[in-house]
Design a protein around this ligand. Structure first.
Ligand code: RBF
Length: 342
């Protein structure tokens, strides 16, 4: 009798397993995608990172509105901090948990950290913005063409400079800084007046506001009167020093006019929130093109120059705004093509 009951029990369990495997409809099988956002740095004072998290969150919220209870996506945001030596370990730890289907991040240095992890943890995928990598079927990337962004910024800096001396304060040197951002900022500045010179200085990290102020003071002492900061939290120091010396700042990546009205005279944006939202929705709807980098820029609407902010209209003379408007229109309809720098 005992043996008979045992056999019945075993049979029941087998039926239950079979039902779970084949008997339930597709919609009953959970398909919850789990997303981790890896911020290589901190979000404060870095619009490129703030907008990464914002865009992914917006996509998840939108997707979940129409997803069934079993299919809701989840999102976890991790700030890896400003010590770049720790990013690899922190990324490996995140991938090794096995909790995430995809890790979404943003930074030109991420491909070389992620590529080895695709072999170690082949079930985890990566979507990298502000980065470029082809041929790895676990990675998709979006790269911004930032030539127009830095050229337009250099052009207005040069037009607003009374001394024909402009500056760029960078947190650190990296290939896009040295090969695109600085050269095209210089080209734009020289297009306003060929005698414009460009002073380039390095903070050494993405957070030191005192060093940012120190470098701004030093530039001011040599006659520089318009500065582009690309240095994260250190830009707070650039702003305070520029305000004190009554010189101008051109802003990058987000609308920065309200940070210092009358001091910030331009804002040229990377629309990272839009790109992050699009790639995340693409992922959630299984449309990602793995193994490829999509290059986007000004003409496609991923980089834009703010012309309608009241503070731009108030502080930038109309003849200068008119010159910018002509250039912007030319870049948009592709009648103006920037020279390539070898
Ligand atoms: N941009 C930021 O705004 N904040 C950062 O903390 C930051 N860290 C970076 C670290 C590395 C190693 C590299 C290569 C770039 C970093 N960037 C950072 C720059 C970013 O990729 C982009 O070039 C600028 O934001 C200008 O659009």
């Amino acid at each position: 009798m005992k043996i008979f009951l045992k056999k019945i029990c075993l049979l029941c369990s087998a039926f239950t397993v079979l039902f779970l495997l084949f008997g339930c409809t597709k919609s009953m099988i959970p398909n919850k995608k789990s997303i981790a956002v890896f911020v290589p740095g901190i979000m404060a004072d870095s619009p490129i990172y703030k907008n990464l998290a914002k865009g992914v969150q917006n996509a998840v919220d939108q997707y979940n509105l129409s997803a069934g209870e079993n299919n809701k996506a989840s999102i976890t945001i991790l700030e890896a901090g400003t010590n770049q030596a720790e990013w690899g370990t922190k990324l490996t730890a995140l991938a090794s948990t096995g909790k995430y289907d995809v890790i979404i991040s943003s930074n030109p240095s991420l491909p070389e950290l992620c590529a080895p992890l695709t072999e170690q943890f082949p079930l985890v995928k990566y979507i990298l913005l502000d980065a470029s990598i082809n041929g790895n079927q676990n990675i998709a990337a979006i790269s911004y063409n930032q030539k127009e962004q830095s050229y337009l910024t250099g052009y207005i800096a040069g037009l607003m400079s009374k001394n024909h001396k402009v500056g760029l304060i960078a947190a650190q040197e990296y290939p896009i800084m040295n090969n695109v951002l600085l050269p095209y900022y210089s080209l734009g500045a020289k297009a306003s007046d060929k005698n414009t010179s460009v002073d380039f200085r390095i903070v050494g990290n993405w957070y030191d506001a005192s060093k940012g102020a120190e470098l701004t003071d030093a530039m001011f002492a040599t006659g520089v009167d318009v500065i582009l900061p690309i240095c994260g939290g250190a830009s707070q120091g650039v702003i305070s020093s520029a305000k004190e010396h009554k010189i101008y700042i051109t802003w990058f990546d987000e609308n920065g006019f309200s940070k210092a009205p009358g001091t910030v005279i331009s804002s040229c944006l990377v629309n990272q929130d839009i790109a992050a939202k699009e790639v995340t929705l693409g992922y959630l709807n299984n449309e990602t093109e793995w193994g490829k980098t999509k290059v986007v820029g000004f003409a496609e609407g991923y980089i834009s120059f703010v012309e309608d902010d009241p503070l731009y209209i108030e502080y930038v003379p109309s003849d200068i705004r008119a010159k910018l408007n002509v250039l912007i229109a030319g870049l948009k309809n592709r009648s103006v093509v920037l020279p390539s720098i070898e």
